[in-house]
Design a protein around this ligand. Structure first.
Ligand SMILES: [Mg+2]
Length: 268
């Protein structure tokens, strides 16, 4: 067993939660992050939060160690910290923008068709494309009683594999993200830049939007806290991941300590 060299973790429900103020890491998690270096492990984030807000949170929490990378907006932005300053990566962002442009060009006719059906059938009270930023995301609220019809209408986009549901637990509202906007691809980007192999990587998350990074191609260990969604726990149990007994960041620490203990045992 190769010892881990990189820990990638999600924010909401994973590093955050079960603690006030919410937008601060609990003290035990700060100590944990700062102690990783002694084990030869660097850490990086993978969340919807933008890197500048993450960096503020990290500093406010009193973390002394610097992340190897901060990634945000579901894999769309990448930043690193040099001499205490956050440095964004415009080249990576240009690459993402170009990917969006090609996707939009290819998929707009199909999206437009779906939108026309949703509007003609008076199925939605809110419908948006590129709502938060030009990211090809689809965002809607169903008219009451029309949920089934709405989901049936958008299903072709899901069947094509071009979109996935950001939060499958919601029915009345929906956010569909383009398949290329995910938390998985960016894990590989970080590994390549750091020269760290997938089998040396631990990923930690709790939600269905973390499933892209819970892939055996991307990591040697998958861990989640006890509060993780059932679909995450099911994925982890299929891939010998660790479902912690504790919740939120306490669960992450519990699981990573288990990984470290297993590695130590193997080396003896
Ligand atoms: Mg989460």
């Amino acid at each position: 067993m190769t010892p881990p060299r990189l820990l990638v973790f999600d924010f909401d429900g994973t590093a955050l939660g079960g603690h006030e103020p919410y937008a601060e890491f609990p003290e035990h998690f700060v100590r944990f992050l700062d102690g990783l270096e002694a084990h030869g492990i660097v850490w990086a984030t993978n969340t919807t939060w933008s890197p500048d807000i993450q960096w503020e949170l990290i500093r406010r929490s009193g973390v002394r160690s610097a992340p190897a990378f901060l990634t945000g907006q579901t894999g769309r932005v990448l930043a690193e910290v040099r001499e205490g300053r956050l440095i964004p990566d415009p080249e990576y962002e240009r690459h993402i923008a170009e990917r969006d442009r090609l996707f939009r060009k290819r998929m707009w006719p199909a999206v437009r068709q779906v939108f026309m059906e949703l509007l003609a059938g008076n199925l939605v009270s809110r419908l948006a494309f590129d709502y938060y930023s030009p990211q090809c995301g689809i965002d809607f609220t169903c008219n009451e009683g029309r949920e089934e019809d709405v989901w049936r209408t958008v299903q072709p986009l899901l069947d094509l594999g071009e979109y996935y549901i950001f939060n499958p637990a919601q029915r009345q509202t929906g956010v569909l993200l383009p398949a290329h906007m995910n938390k998985g691809d960016i894990v590989r980007v970080m590994q390549q830049r750091l020269g760290i192999r997938p089998e040396e990587t631990i990923v930690a998350g709790d939600g269905s939007n973390d499933l892209h990074m819970f892939s055996p191609d991307l990591c040697g260990w998958m861990v989640c806290p006890a509060n993780a969604e059932p679909i995450v726990k099911e994925r982890l149990s299929r891939h010998e991941g660790i479902v912690a007994e504790k919740q939120f960041s306490w669960g992450v620490v519990e699981a990573v300590e288990q990984v470290l203990a297993e590695c130590e045992e193997m080396q003896q």
